[in-house]
Structures are given as C-alpha cells and as structure tokens.
Write a protein that binds this ligand. Structure first.
Ligand code: GDP
Ligand code: FE
Ligand code: FE
Length: 196
C-alpha cells in the first residue's frame, strides 16, 4: 500500500518494488501485489505487524525465476540439507529463496525470512505472519481455481481454518497428480488438518 514505507530497512517502497519487478514477469509481479493486499487485510484482522506482512508478501516469490544452478549453488554456499537437491524450483524458491532475499534485498528479520521459507509448504508450527503469507498467497485476487472463493470465505473467518483448508486441498491436488510431497507439507497436514 502506498502509505507503507520501510525507513528502518534503509530503502524506500519505490526502490524495493523496482528491484522485485526486475526479477520477474509482469504477471508474477501482479501476483505479488495481490498477495500484499490480501496479507494486509489478514494482518489487520489477526493483529500482525503490517510492515512485516507487506515485506514478506512483496518478497515471497523474489527468487522464483532464478535458475536451478543458482539454487544449487546457494544450497552449497549455505550448507543446507543436501536432500534439498532432490527437489525443484517449487520447493527451492521459498526454502532457499529466503537467502537471496536476505543477501540481495537486505531483509534480515528472521520472522520474515522464515515466513518466506515456508510459504509453499507450511510448517508444523507457524507464526501468525507465516500463516498470513501462506494463506494470502493462495487467496489473492488474481488466483482463479475451483475452491478459491471458499478459501477466501474461510480466511475471512479464521486464519487457522484457512491454513487447514489450503493444506488439505494442496495435498489432495498433489496426490491426484502423483506429485511428490515435501515432508514439511505432510507435517503441516498432520498439525493443521488431521485428527488422530
Ligand atoms: P506460487 O509460487 O505463488 O506459484 O505458489 P506456491 O509457492 O504456494 O507454490 C508453488 C508450487 O509448488 C505450486 O505448484 C504448488 O502446487 C507446489 N507445491 C506445494 N507443495 C508441494 C509439495 O509438497 N511438493 C511438490 N512437488 N510441490 C508442491
Ligand atoms: Fe511461491
Ligand atoms: Fe506466490
């Protein structure tokens, strides 16, 4: 939103938006702005810091258009779990993408970086900020898929219920399409969806 700026981070909103836009297609940048709008609405309702919600949303897909080689090099550089190399951009752009956000945008707030890390898979324990980013990414106004209206309704009611709804539907989609499930996504399912 126009009235949010980031003096404590040493950059203006304009400068940040330019850097982010330079890293992605127009379509993805529009998605990013939609995620910010949804995240701010959720942040107001759920008593979350608006500046952090804005920054997490604007930067969550920052690394999504990087090459596989860039991600593999970062996994080595940061000595991350070598199993990550068995996955692909879908998992890397958040889990590994957080390090590009830190290095290149100078955002070092651990809560923001963690929210970016788990924005695709969720996690068994998520901060309010991480839940907001996870849900905002799914329901933002440019998303069009069967079930998105219901997801928006649930999100307007209850943030944890929206995490559960999204997780159940994402896992159903992955299984229907015989996609491999990242273990953290299963942990999210067990924590937010499953009943013993
Ligand atoms: P986007 O970056 O805004 O497109 O959205 P996300 O970061 O939430 O998701 C990126 C992609 O990862 C989507 O196509 C998801 O379906 C996919 N995805 C989410 N969880 C998993 C998982 O556990 N395994 C795999 N293989 N893909 C996943
Ligand atoms: Fe993403
Ligand atoms: Fe996204």
């Amino acid at each position: 939103m126009e009235n949010i700026d980031y003096p404590q981070y040493g950059f203006t909103r304009d400068a940040l938006l330019k850097k982010i836009a330079s890293q992605m297609s127009q379509k993805r940048f529009t998605h990013v702005l939609g995620v910010e709008k949804a995240a701010l609405t959720l942040a107001k309702k759920n008593n979350c810091d608006l500046t952090k919600a804005s920054l997490a949303a604007l930067t969550h897909d920052y690394a999504k258009e990087r090459s596989d080689a860039d991600f593999l090099a970062m996994i080595d550089k940061k000595k991350l779990d070598p199993d990550l190399k068995n996955w692909n951009n879908n998992i890397w752009h958040g889990m590994v993408g957080q390090y590009f956000v830190a290095e290149e945008l100078g955002i070092e707030d651990p809560e923001i970086l963690k929210a970016i890390a788990v924005h695709t898979t969720g996690d068994q324990k998520m901060s309010t900020l991480a839940k907001i980013l996870y849900v905002a990414d799914y329901i933002e106004e440019n998303r069009h898929f069967p079930g998105v209206e219901k997801a928006r309704q649930v999100a307007a009611e209850n943030l944890d219920a929206a995490v559960a709804f999204e997780t159940q539907h994402t896992l159903l989609y992955l299984m229907e399409n015989k996609k491999s499930i990242y273990p953290l996504a299963l942990a999210t399912y067990n924590a937010y969806v499953a009943k013993p």
